[in-house]
Design a protein around this ligand. Structure first.
Ligand SMILES: [Zn+2]
Length: 267
């Protein structure tokens, strides 16, 4: 009897629930009126894969600062600017760009189902809406779609949203706090846990990877610089040739030829 009890003990049962985590981060542009776009980006990663992605980024950090790799935080816009430590020691702009690309390569080379998500909101297309709310709603829906698709294919996973705790300057934190209510308003299924998790981006390599996804998409739409997004484009969540994971949210160009709009038109 004792053995049978153990089989049904909740702790035993819980161990068999697998989580698919989506780490989200923005492109630093929420409050910047000079920029046309706000981008929220992320990676959807199986919990057992988090360790391996982090390990690869730790190894990359050790190449940059051998004495203290944990002090190296990969934050794409800071790497690009090269003003803060340790990026101020990497003098060449091309060298710093290569660091951003090396971080993206960890995602590009993943063979274990890690996928990318991003929503680029053209701010003046929706003057009466908070672009962060638009982006967060879009990404939660796309993540939910991925979970439902996996469930229909016999692979049921619980979804967990993980956010950078320093996102207090944006409406993202408020949205996350109200997630239980807004999640149902947005028609999300119970696949996603109703409480997002906050982590320190300094300590989370996956949040740093999400930052680089957001940065790549931001550069593509805000500056027409495709060199970063090109590296990771095949990683965006897609099904039968349609890209679900990348959203270009705008009303000004019905003939947009970007990969997100083209994929939607062809479908
Ligand atoms: Zn487009």
């Amino acid at each position: 009897m004792a053995v049978r009890w153990a089989l049904f003990h909740p702790a035993v049962f819980l161990r068999h629930i697998m989580y698919l985590c989506i780490y989200l981060d923005d492109s630093d542009s929420a409050g910047n009126k000079d920029e046309d776009y706000l981008v929220l980006g992320g990676i959807s990663v199986f919990e057992r894969q988090v360790y391996w992605l982090s390990k690869q980024l730790d190894e990359l950090a050790a190449l940059i600062w051998h004495e203290d790799p944990q002090a190296v935080e990969f934050h794409a816009s800071e790497i690009y600017r090269g003003k803060t430590s340790p990026w101020d020691t990497v003098k060449g702009r091309d060298e710093r760009r290569k660091v951003i690309k090396d971080v993206l390569a960890v995602l590009a080379n993943d063979k274990h189902g890690t996928t990318a998500f991003a929503c680029a909101v053209h701010k003046s297309s929706f003057p009466n809406r908070d672009p962060m709310e638009v982006a967060f709603e879009q990404l939660c829906n796309r993540f939910d779609l991925q979970l439902r698709r996996m469930h229909n294919q016999g692979d049921t996973q619980r979804g967990l949203i993980v956010l950078d705790e320093s996102s207090y300057e944006t409406t993202l934190q408020q949205l996350a706090r109200d997630f239980r209510t807004i999640g149902s308003e947005w028609g999300l299924t119970k696949n996603i846990a109703d409480v997002p998790l906050f982590v320190d981006s300094k300590a989370s390599r996956c949040v740093q990877l999400a930052d680089h996804v957001a940065y790549s998409v931001f550069r593509r739409f805000n500056a027409k610089d495709t060199q970063y997004l090109d590296l990771i484009l095949p990683k965006f969540d897609q099904d039968q040739g349609k890209i679900h994971g990348l959203v270009h949210y705008q009303t000004y160009d019905g003939n947009c030829m970007c990969p997100a709009c083209m994929s939607r038109k062809m479908a």
